[in-house]
Each structure stands twice: as structure tokens, then as C-alpha cells.
Design a protein around this ligand. Structure first.
Ligand code: ZN
Length: 324
């Protein structure tokens, strides 16, 4: 019997990925469309047209695909499949993308936030393959989690917003977060927040290693530059790196004590930076969780790495079939 084929949409801040793949994770056809300053009235029909074109390329008709999945950023009404106000796309306000694609593709589909889709992609095709309990953390510009517990994706109650680990408070009266709260974990360890902090702290220090490295261009400061400064043993960078590791360990320890996961699968920063990022976290972890669940939990980088978006929508579709 031929394998089930699925259709995935990955709605990103700058690109939309559309792909067709098999239930075992073979991508048969895919495309990436620009998504900067786009109008959903133009994009939605384009998605349908691309789905039809890719299906043809993969040798099937859209109606023979088992389901489609949409991976989209929050804020969204996940239950209704409506994108509310995605970052970088001011024209995408209250877009009922799930209903539109269902009506125009004529197949069943689902809508899932991107961190959940990352977890599903690792579960079916990546580092979570043999797990019933694990947590995927995006560890990118922001920090979000997809939680799989007792063999099911945890979505939460009415808001379907479970997994927003990045916006749990780690510091009373702490740094302001982009979400409006204060002292969020993401405000200390998210890539964007770290870059903003370094810019703020070094703006009047032209002689610092980092400011010299970027030739005074504050906007050029990012996690990559900070990592370089750590490798160069710059004292400011080493101190900040240590604090980031400590706060990551605090967050991971809380998750380990709460969920007793078999793995924490870590996204962008973990696979891009590697042991320089992970080792100090491992060192601090015993301070923040019990030994037994800690020893039962592996900290691993994402296996799908930069390709995770290509699998996100397809994994959501596969999970949709599984839950149906
Ligand atoms: Zn926040």
C-alpha cells in the first residue's frame, strides 16, 4: 500500500513554506514564498495554487492527500484557525486561514502554533522519535515550547496556549518582556532580548571587545557576535554567558521537575552554538531539579535543525490524523 501523503504550510515571519511529504518524513516537493509586507488576500489564493502545483510535481492530486497542517506563530485563535496578529506581518489581522484552506483545498486540515509543530516534527521525524514524554524548546529569537506528555501533545484549555514557557516569570521586578509582562524567562535568554540587552549595556563603551568587533554599529550585535566574544574570553561576554546559562538551567530544571521528560530537545541556539551553549547549562542543572528526573532527562539539540520548518506543517497534519 502506498504511504500516506500530507501537505504542510509553515507561516514564518519572512517566508511561507509549502511542502508535500510522506508519513515517514520524505519531502516530495516544496517551495518557499516570500512573506514580507504581504497581503493575505494575495497570499491565500497563492497557497492553494502552490499546493496544487506541488501535488502535481509529487504525482498526486490534492484531494488524495490525507490532510494538511498549518504551522503559524501566536497570537492566534488556534481553535478556529485564525491568525490574529503575527509579528512582521501587519496586514495579517484576523485571517481565517484554516477555514479558507479547508474550503479551497477540499481536504481536512489543522492549525497548530509553531512551537507545537516543532515538537511534533521532532517527535515523528527527529530527536523525539522514541519518546512518549519530551519537551521541544525553540531557543531562537523567542522561547516557546511544545510539550508531549504521556504520548500526546499538550495544548491546554480554551486558549490552547500551553507551552508558553518563555513567558513565565524568573525574576520579580525584572527586565521588561516584549509580551508586556516583567521578568519573563525569554527577556533573559531569548536571542532578541539578549541582543537588545548587550546593545543597551555597551552603547557607551566603545573600547569593549564587542563594540570594537562591530565597529560601533549597535545593530550588528546579536547572539553570533556574543558567542564570538565568549570564545575570545571577553570578561563582559563570559559574565553574561554565565548568567544566561544559569537562567536556562533554572527554566529547564522547572520543566524537568514538572514533567519528568525523557528529553529536552533544544532548537536554534543549541544546535547552532553546540556544547559552548549546553555545557554550562548542564553544569548548573543540579541546582534546579531533583537528581532522579535530571538523570532520566537528556538535553539534546534538535535533530532537524534548520530544516524543522519544512516538517512542521506535515507533522501537524500527521498528528491531526493520529488524534482524529
Ligand atoms: Zn514575556
Amino acid at each position: 500500500m502506498p504511504e500516506d501523503m500530507l501537505l504542510g504550510f509553515d507561516i514564518g515571519g519572512t517566508k511561507i513554506g509549502v511542502g508535500i511529504g510522506t508519513a515517514s518524513g520524505k519531502i516530495l516537493a516544496s517551495v518557499k514564498l516570500p512573506n514580507v509586507d504581504t497581503d493575505p488576500a494575495d497570499v491565500l489564493p497563492r497557497l492553494v495554487a502552490e499546493a496544487n502545483r506541488l501535488a502535481k510535481e509529487a504525482g498526486v492530486a490534492v484531494k488524495d492527500l490525507k490532510a494538511f497542517g498549518i504551522s503559524a506563530p501566536f497570537p492566534a485563535d488556534a481553535a478556529k484557525g485564525i491568525m490574529i496578529a503575527p509579528p512582521n506581518n501587519p496586514k495579517w489581522r484576523n485571517v481565517p486561514i484554516l477555514g479558507y484552506l479547508r474550503d479551497n483545498l477540499g481536504i481536512d486540515g489543522c492549525f497548530e502554533n509553531d512551537a507545537n509543530c516543532g515538537a511534533l516534527a521532532e517527535w515523528f521525524f527527529g530527536a523525539g522519535r522514541d519518546c512518549r514524554d519530551f519537551i521541544y524548546l525553540t531557543m531562537s529569537t523567542g522561547i516557546g515550547a511544545g510539550i508531549v506528555a504521556s504520548g500526546r501533545l499538550v495544548r491546554g484549555g480554551r486558549a490552547l496556549s500551553a507551552g508558553e514557557v518563555g513567558h513565565t516569570c524568573v525574576e520579580l521586578n525584572g527586565r521588561k518582556c516584549s509580551c508586556g509582562l516583567v521578568g519573563c524567562y525569554e527577556a533573559y535568554c531569548g536571542g532578541r532580548a539578549v541582543a537588545l540587552r548587550v546593545r543597551e549595556e555597551l552603547k557607551d563603551q566603545p573600547e569593549s571587545w564587542i563594540m570594537k568587533r562591530v565597529k560601533g554599529d549597535l545593530k550588528a550585535i546579536d547572539m553570533i557576535i556574543l558567542t564570538e566574544a565568549v570564545r575570545a574570553q571577553d570578561p563582559y561576554a563570559l559574565k553574561l554567558w554565565d548568567e544566561i546559562a544559569l537562567r536556562n538551567a533554572q527554566a529547564f530544571g522547572t520543566l524537568i521537575n514538572t514533567f519528568n521528560p525523557e528529553k529536552l530537545i533544544l532548537g536554534t541556539m543549541a544546535w547552532a552554538i553546540g556544547d559552548l551553549y549546553l555545557d554550562p547549562i548542564r553544569k548548573y542543572l543540579p541546582r534546579f531539579c531533583w537528581e532522579e528526573p535530571r538523570l532520566a532527562c537528556e538535553l539534546v539539540p534538535s535533530a532537524l535543525r534548520g530544516d524543522i520548518g519544512s516538517y512542521a506543517g506535515i507533522a501537524a497534519a500527521l498528528n491531526h490524523l493520529k488524534e482524529r
